[in-house]
Structures are given as C-alpha cells and as structure tokens.
Write a protein that binds this ligand. Structure first.
Ligand code: ATP
Ligand code: MG
Length: 351
C-alpha cells in the first residue's frame, strides 16, 4: 500500500494550521483543515519562545479535529534557513552527497558543524561541464527545538521542509502554469514574507523577509494606545462595527501606509531577482498569507510592480466533502492555508 500523506503542520507566528489530505490518484481529497491562534509570546520571527504553550496548542488542534494520523510534515522559515542556487562541476548525486558538506562551507555564513545541509539538483547539465544545485542549510539547534516541540505533542515528524518550497508545492497542485511562464509566489504572514520565484518549473529565487502583518498591529497599537490583542482585533474585525465610531478610516489610513512598507520590501527582492536572472520577466504574482488581506496591499502591488496579482487559493483543485466542511469558512481560511497545504502533500520517506 502506498504511504499515507503526512499531516501538514504549519507553525506560524500568529497561529498553527493543520491540513490533512488523501491522495486518491485522480484527486486530492481534503480530510481536515483547521487553524488555532497562538498567544503573542509563543513565537517570535520563527523562533520558539514558549515551547510548552506551543506543544499544548498542537495537541489541542489535533484533538479538536480528531486527527488520527500521527506522522507530520513541518517547516522552517526566516533567518535559520539559507537557500542558495550554486554552480558546481557536473557529478553524480552520490558524488554530490559525498562532497556537499565541503562545497556548502563557502556559501554558508554559519559554522558548517552547526547546520544540516540538503540539496536538490535543478539542472544537471547547465553547460560548460557545470550543474545547478539548490543548496539548503538550516541551523541544527532550530530544527532540534522544533522537533522536540512536535514530539512532545506525541507526533512523529517525518518531513522537515521550508515554507517557500511548501508554498510552491501547494501552488503547483492548484495552478498548472506553463513552465515557460515566470511567476512569483508571495506569502505575507504575521512576521515573515516568503517569496518563491518559479521559472522553468523550478525555484529560481527564494527569500524570506522578516516583516509582515505584525507591523500593522504594532502601528495600530501605538496610534490608538491600545494593547496588542485589541489592535489585532481592530484590524481584522468587520468594517461596519468600526465605521460607527469613525475609527475605520484611521485604521485604513495606517494600513495603507504600512502596506507601502511591505510592498517596498517585496519590490526590493523582486528587483534583485530581475537584476540577477534570465527569464526575469514576472508574468504574475500569486499572493497569499493572512496579511495579504490588509487594506492597500493587493492594489498597491499591482500599481507599484505593474504586474497582475492573483489570489493563491490552496484549495482550488482540492475536493472537499460539502457535508463535512463549511465551504464559507474554508474560503475564509484559505489565504493562510498555503504552507500547511503544501506540507500535507508530503509522505513519509520523501526527501
Ligand atoms: N482581514 C485581515 N486584514 C488584515 N490583516 C489580517 C486579516 N486577517 C489576518 N490578518 C493578518 O494576517 C497575519 C496572519 O497571517 P498568517 O496566518 O499567514 O501568518 P502566520 O503564518 O501566523 O505568520 P508567519 O508565517 O509570519 O510566522 C496576522 O498578522 C493577521 O493580523
Ligand atoms: Mg505562515
């Protein structure tokens, strides 16, 4: 029997998401999806601040959703991961496995003893006897910390991925674009923006920018002198409640300003990509992440980058039983579900 899909477990700064699917060959069927908020002091910039709190919330979300599968796929993002495209002399995968540690040393700003190194050959014959390899290095201490939390929740981590790659897996499943088209996947979370530019059917450029929707919460909290939770509520709450007090206009003004900051960061990364790559013309931007909903972001990106922005709904090509799922609720959760969805496509034994 083919291996079952692991449960995608996305531990974000603001919330945990779980996604479980069954691969029926002809279709991917959604078995479970949910998210659960985290207290603000649990995670900061992808670093675990309060491990027991996190473990408890993971157990809770598995229990509420009655998920029996214990094997999970988790991911890393932010400063603890380095992804680089490097060029090496052509060699076999076995030879590369032998030498990658040594080759990686010169590209990684950390002590090589402190990191786990992985790779993927993206072009075995790049010309002139060279090959293109995607190098991924992650701090061992950060991986250990994450795995400890997951194991403490009595789960078995079978895959450790990277947010940007999970994003790509979710995208590929739902939006089959021709490999000749270059697209940018942009996931705007609470504390991180993951970018993955896809060209010729592979990742041509990835970057994690450590800023996100938290910036808007901070600004609202400062401007109105209200605690974090209240500011968070003000920015996500329905417009009618706020407009009664006239606060809405002010929140939107702050949101527009903060969006400009996020857009500048995204633009900077995409400009960098454009300056260093072939196929640099980005045909479309697929946007997701909870903070992609903030006022001024989508229109701002379209205006400043003169590129079409599409919503990346990770449930687009997924079948979900209408009797089991509230489709309205699912649609509301979709923007922040991409990483969990990408992780849910992984199976035990995957690289
Ligand atoms: N309607 C909305 N308007 C504005 N912001 C929103 C809205 N809904 C959610 N957000 C913001 O989206 C962010 C959460 O998004 P998401 O769940 O993708 O992040 P995360 O995965 O927890 O964080 P990260 O990936 O950065 O660790 C929060 O900052 C939240 O305030
Ligand atoms: Mg996230």
């Amino acid at each position: 029997m083919a291996a079952k899909n692991a449960v995608g477990l996305d531990i974000g700064t603001s919330s945990i998401k779980v996604c479980h699917v069954r691969d029926n060959r002809s279709a991917i069927e959604l078995l479970a999806y949910d998210s659960i908020g985290l207290p603000p002091d649990t995670m900061r910039d992808g670093v675990i601040l309060h491990a027991p709190q996190l473990t408890a919330r993971i157990q809770e979300i598995f229990a509420i959703n009655k998920i029996k599968q214990r094997q999970v796929a988790v991911s890393l993002s932010g400063h603890s991961v380095i992804i680089k495209k490097i060029s090496l002399p052509e060699m076999t995968v076995a030879e590369l496995e032998e030498s990658i540690q040594w080759e990686a040393e010169q590209y990684i700003p950390f002590d090589i003893k402190d990191v786990n190194v992985d790779f993927q050959v993206i072009n075995a014959h790049a010309g002139q006897g060279q090959m293109d390899v995607l190098l991924v290095a992650a701090k061992k201490a950060v991986i250990t910390e994450l795995l400890d939390v997951v194991r403490a929740a009595r789960l078995e981590p079978v895959v450790v991925d990277v947010d940007a790659f999970a994003l790509y897996n979710a995208f590929e499943l739902n939006f089959p674009v021709p490999p000749t088209e270059t697209v940018a996947l942009v996931n705007v979370g609470a504390s991180t923006i993951n970018i993955n530019v896809v060209a010729n059917g592979t990742s041509a450029f990835t970057r994690d920018i450590t800023v996100g929707g938290n910036l808007l919460t901070e600004e609202i909290s400062k401007q109105f002198a209200v605690p974090w939770e209240e500011a968070e509520h003000m920015k996500t709450t329905s417009e009618t409640t706020l407009s009664m007090s006239g606060v809405l206009r002010e929140v939107q003004r702050i949101s527009q300003r903060v969006s400009e900051v996020l857009i500048s960061e995204i633009q900077r990364s995409l400009d960098f990509f454009a300056a260093t790559a072939m196929n640099a013309e980005i045909g479309a931007i697929y946007l997701c992440g909870g903070a992609a909903l903030q006022s001024g972001l989508i229109e701002g990106i379209e205006r400043r980058l003169s590129t079409h922005v599409r919503a990346m709904n990770p449930f687009h090509n997924i079948t979900a039983d209408g009797k089991k799922f509230d489709t309205t609720l699912l649609a509301r959760m979709a923007p922040s579900a991409s990483v969990a969805m990408g992780l849910a496509l992984r199976k035990n034994g995957d690289r």
